[in-house]
Design a protein around this ligand. Structure first.
Ligand code: GUN
Ligand code: ZN
Length: 479
């Protein structure tokens, strides 16, 4: 009884703290909006070299898929892109616009990280383990801290700031089993007006007791979070069974039922990451035809499903993903860091499967999508498949947006799209700058930054039309 009361009091205090924190964050959010003064008719003209996509460069010629316009400009009105055109014309027609002149810097859609684990921020780059040992040694102990809303909010804030300074304007992230962990990241994203996908992990076996829920609790808590956050502004909910080994068939089925109630939610999970894991899945689900079938049997395969890793796929799995139109996400720095294997980009692109790109932090060893593009290039090279820089940029923007079904809103620079825009410096270090001196075309100038760039290459990040990060003294003019 005493213990029970103590637990009750502790829980009540946590909820009170959470409410206080929410009020605090709401005030901060309103403050940020007022500070940015980004009203619906607030105008900005961003000048630079503008890169936009017309088609997927994996399936179309370069000249038909990518447009690069030097000395061009983007007119942003409120939170959206209104027009792309010549700087002189846009400035002349919008004398009230704030002008940001990025000169020869590349203006790109903000990067979209299609699979990450924000609670693993504090344990990124942990040494010496492969997937299952890595989860048990580093990940599960850290994740146990996220029932504490204060701690979760602290890491959520740090994490989103890391993303923004790395040019990432949207992410689809796993949380922990605790609903507090989902509340924390949604609040932090709402404060920044970011487009963010997240979901509470469902796990009812093969993890420490403190991280387990049950089929019913996972259903109830996920439903509650959907009602609070899904389609709340720029936020989206993803039903998130962590992976088959940590969910019973009953739990997967209950989440499948929940998905039929909310079919426009995403469903994110892991698929076929490491060989040892595949063997474990086979022993836990003896009647399943393959790894994908453990989800399919429970109603968790649909067009809004997105599967991280997808490295060791069987033919039936590829065919099913293709038939259903589900997406997969390549997590290259994680796949090399944890030693998982070489994603087969060429084959999956040929099958026209939607592919996004991701850091998978903290299994991945960097928050930077530039680093993910470099690793993606290197893995493809090991498979004798040479990727063009346009293809790498596509994966980090439109590819990820498509895998998350957000490609009508983000991932490109087009009128009507959200003004999630970054200015990329193609001379950000002396090593990159000396390499660029001897190139003879724009792709030659872009490639060294994709291979060797990091957060120093991100000159500025705009989210929904607001300048949220800058690493240089701004050259802002009011015309
Ligand atoms: N499989 C299940 N959980 C995880 C995780 O947190 N990271 C990675 N890379 N794979 C997983
Ligand atoms: Zn993952």
């Amino acid at each position: 009884m005493y213990l029970h009361n103590r637990k009750f009091i502790a829980k009540t205090m946590q909820i009170a703290l959470f409410l206080l924190k929410s009020i605090d964050l709401t005030i901060a959010f309103i403050g940020a909006v007022l500070l940015n003064n980004n009203t619906a008719d607030n105008k900005k003209v961003l000048i630079g070299t503008v890169l936009s996509f017309m088609e997927n460069p994996f399936h179309y010629e370069l000249s038909d898929s990518v447009n690069i316009a030097e000395n061009s400009a983007i007119l942003v009105v409120g939170s959206k892109i209104s027009k792309i055109g010549s700087p002189d014309e846009l400035i002349a027609n919008n004398p009230d616009a704030e002008v940001h002149d990025f000169h020869e810097k590349l203006l790109l859609p903000g990067f979209i990280d299609a699979h990450a684990h924000y609670p693993q921020t504090p344990i990124i780059a942990s040494w010496g383990k492969r997937l299952i040992d890595w989860l048990n040694t580093y990940t599960f102990p850290e994740e146990q801290k996220y029932g504490n809303i204060e701690y979760a909010a602290k890491i959520a804030e740090i994490y989103l700031d890391f993303l923004i300074s790395n040019g990432t304007t949207s992410v689809s992230t796993f949380c922990t089993t605790h609903p507090e962990s989902a509340d924390a990241i949604f609040l932090a994203a709402q404060k920044r007006n970011m487009c963010l996908v997240a979901g509470k992990n469902a796990m009812d076996r093969n993890a420490p007791e403190a991280l387990l829920d049950t089929p019913q609790i996972a259903y109830d808590q996920s439903k509650n979070l959907i009602q609070r956050w899904h389609l709340n502004g720029r936020l989206r909910y993803a039903i998130t069974p962590r992976f088959s080994p940590t969910s019973s068939p009953e739990q997967l089925s209950m989440l499948g039922e929940l998905w039929t109630e909310y079919p426009d939610c995403l469903m994110q999970t892991h698929l076929s990451e490491q060989i040892d894991e595949l063997e474990w899945v086979q022993s836990l689900f003896p009647s399943a035809r393959d790894y994908l079938d453990t989800y399919e049997q429970s109603g968790l395969l649909g067009k809004n499903a997105v599967f991280g890793h997808a490295i060791h796929l069987k033919k039936r799995e590829v065919d099913r993903l293709k038939d259903i139109g589900a997406g997969v996400v390549h997590c290259p720095t994680s796949n090399t860091f944890i030693g998982s294997g070489l994603f087969d980009m060429e084959h999956l692109q040929k099958q026209k499967i939607t592919i996004g790109l991701a850091t998978d932090t903290g299994g991945g060893s960097s928050f930077s999508m530039l680093r993910s593009m470099a690793s993606c290039y290197e893995i493809a090279q090991l498979r004798k498949n040479t990727l063009h820089p346009a293809q790498l940029l596509w994966l980090a923007t439109m590819g990820s947006a498509k895998s998350l079904h957000l490609d009508q809103e983000i991932g490109n620079l087009k009128p009507g799209y959200h003004a999630d825009i970054i200015a990329l410096d193609l001379h950000s270090t002396s090593i990159i700058a000396q390499r660029v001196r001897s190139v003879d075309n724009i792709w030659g100038a872009i490639f060294p930054t994709l291979m060797m760039g990091d957060d120093r290459a991100i000159t500025a990040t705009f989210v929904a039309g607001n300048l949220v990060y800058s690493n240089e003294a701004q050259n802002v003019l009011s015309s």
